[in-house]
Design a protein around this ligand. Structure first.
Ligand SMILES: Cc1cc2nc3c(=O)[nH]c(=O)nc-3n(C[C@H](O)[C@H](O)[C@H](O)COP(=O)(O)OP(=O)(O)OC[C@H]3O[C@@H](n4cnc5c(N)ncnc54)[C@H](O)[C@@H]3O)c2cc1C
Length: 265
């Protein structure tokens, strides 16, 4: 009999909506210490059940095929056995409908490696950090804030989070709590489909940037002074990148350091 590839256990599954969840997983053995912003790969066998609200895919996989996808880590970087992921369900997808069918105690696979160059701690000392996300692109910033907010009180930090409805704003309470606890942290959730009960920002992130949202809290849009991180929907990444190009921002890579850091999902 083939041995199971599984090496981790689900310790909590928090459904924020039927298609959005926080998944906490404990690995059987610890991983190497990682940097906030990085991701790991998780997986389930194709024979696992799909969620009841998913749609059947045309592509049928062999039952023992391990379906693997990368996910940003939302937990603090000192947690090397307990990992948190913020996941949205792609109803026609291969892995996420199976992840949404898991329950506490279910077994799954988590890669030994933690990878990625979307590392918020690499920002030069004294530079402000603006973290822009749509949807689950928020995850790497939660890891960064949980790991490093206390060591970064001499700079300004902002999270701009775009979502459709109020219930899509995962980590709203945690981010509001951080904003109330740290004078140098600003949280700007903005909704595209809010109703009259929502008192906060509405519309696209780039519109708020154009209207001086950051300057109003003393954050200058200047590549020498402020690093931008963009994570999530490719359309948001593209339009915010175009906006920042006007301010001479260039995309960061291993070989060409820049003040604009990008991770697309
Ligand atoms: C570095 C990295 C980090 C990531 N971190 C996260 C994370 O923290 N949380 C998270 O939810 N996802 C994250 N993703 C995306 C994730 O890896 C999967 O691509 C996603 O969950 C879909 O997997 P699936 O197997 O269900 O769908 P698949 O079977 O891979 O895709 C099925 C179809 O859906 C389309 N599709 C894929 N993703 C989406 C989407 N988001 N919305 C609409 N259609 C889509 C595909 O183009 C494809 O046609 C990350 C991706 C990368 C590269």
């Amino acid at each position: 009999m083939k041995s199971s590839p599984y090496n981790a256990t689900v310790v909590a599954k928090i459904l924020l909506t039927p298609d959005l969840m926080i998944l906490r997983v404990r690995t059987d053995t610890p991983r190497e210490k990682f940097q906030a912003g990085q991701y790991t790969t998780i997986g389930l066998l194709a024979k696992e059940q799909r969620s009841s609200n998913s749609v059947i895919t045309l592509e049928q996989l062999p039952p023992d095929f391990l379906i693997k996808r990368p996910y940003s880590i939302a937990s603090a970087n000192h947690e090397t056995s307990n990992f948190e992921f913020y996941i949205s369900q792609v109803k026609s997808g291969q892995l996420t409908p199976r992840l949404f069918a898991l329950s506490q105690g279910s077994r799954m696979w988590v890669d030994e490696e933690i990878l990625g160059v979307f590392r918020l701690k690499d920002t030069p000392e004294g530079c402000n950090i603006v973290m822009v996300a749509t949807g689950t692109g928020l995850a790497p910033y939660i890891s960064f804030l949980r790991s490093h907010i206390k060591d970064n009180q001499d700079i300004k930090l902002a999270v701009l989070h775009g979502a459709a409805y109020p219930w899509d704003l995962g980590y709203y309470s945690e981010l509001t709590f951080i904003q109330n606890s740290f004078d140098n942290f600003y949280y700007f959730p903005t909704l595209l489909k809010a109703d009259k009960n929502w008192n906060g920002l509405t519309g696209y992130i780039e519109t708020h940037l154009e209207n001086g949202l950051l300057e109003n809290v003393g954050i200058e849009i200047n590549p020498e002074k402020t690093h931008f991180f963009l994570c999530g929907n490719p359309k948001m990444v593209e339009s915010v990148s175009i906006f920042l190009e006007k301010y001479n921002y260039s995309k960061h890579s291993q070989t060409n350091p820049g003040s604009l850091h990008v991770e697309e999902y």
